[in-house]
Design a protein around this ligand. Sequence first.
Ligand SMILES: [Zn+2]
Ligand SMILES: [Zn+2]
Length: 364
Amino acid sequence: MRSIYPKTFYSNFKNLEGYWPKSTRLCFEVETWEDGSFLDYQNGVFRNQLYPGHAELCFLDWFHEKVLFPDEIQCPDAQYHVTWYISWSPCFECAEQVARFLNEHENVDLSMSAARLYLCEDEDERGLRDLVAAGAKVAMMAPEDFEYCWDNFVYNGGWDFPYWKKVRRNYGRLQQQLDEILCMYPNTFDFNFQNLNSYGRKSTFLCFEVERWKDGSFLDYQNGVFRNQLYPGHAELCFLDWFHEKVLFPDEIQCPDAQYHVTWYISWSPCFECAEQVARFLNENENVYLSISAARLYLCEDEDEQGLRDLVAAGAKVAMMAPKDFKYCWDNFVDNGGWQFTYWKNMRRNFSSLQQKLDEILWD
Ligand SMILES: [Zn+2]
Ligand SMILES: [Zn+2]
């Protein structure tokens, strides 16, 4: 089914830098499979509407009503492969709704390719990560994807797709930006975690692991990476926000009697303000145990040392990252492409002197 005019396609999908069309177009394909056999194919185009809103939500409404539950009966055992070509990547609100939808419907998988990245609020990056965490494949539209849409969704009058200038270069730039949002590359890890001087290492990265236990039995495990954002701020606060909302009180209900063992590997030890907030959080949530290992000590203000002592007083374990911790992070949090961890020069010596300094702060 073709339903976009060439002009509309062009004005919505061009991946030019600084180009901000206001609307969103979403070209979709849905394949229905059952027991490994292909059953059905549907495609079409959605755009933002007053109700239910953004094009992604229009798709979800249609898909839920017409495909998943036609006549309110679900086709049992069917599996749905959904592909989106979307002019803007989803905003945070849409990403959260789509992620929830994917979590609730395990028989649906979604691959989306976006022409441009919609990054207006700081939360929008988190939305993209949540989509990936919910199993969606997220990528930028390559020149071949634009051509595919032109051939399949546009009234193209038999004309070949006319590539616009810099389509491939802009795709490369956007895909790299998306990769940086979605994962931690070896370079990013090395630069941010090396326990060397502080030169240029302005951001904080926090790799976390959360184990949930109940009555002495292990229930589940989550991990991920946070970094400083404009809102709520330092990576530690990003973690607290996420942990409070998604783990401690999902759907505003607390899992009773659960215990949470949280481990942080963090590139800078917490500043005073973060340390105070984390300490308060630990004092208010006695079922949360926190171990922090930091690559470097952040000691800019005099108060920062007090912050570390307050963390320990609130029950946190605080230590410096040892060589084995760096290797552990490399193996578990870095897109390492199968490469072995390389120890950098003076790693162990720096660890020892930092640990000694930390001991003096905490115990002298
Ligand atoms: Zn949206
Ligand atoms: Zn901080």
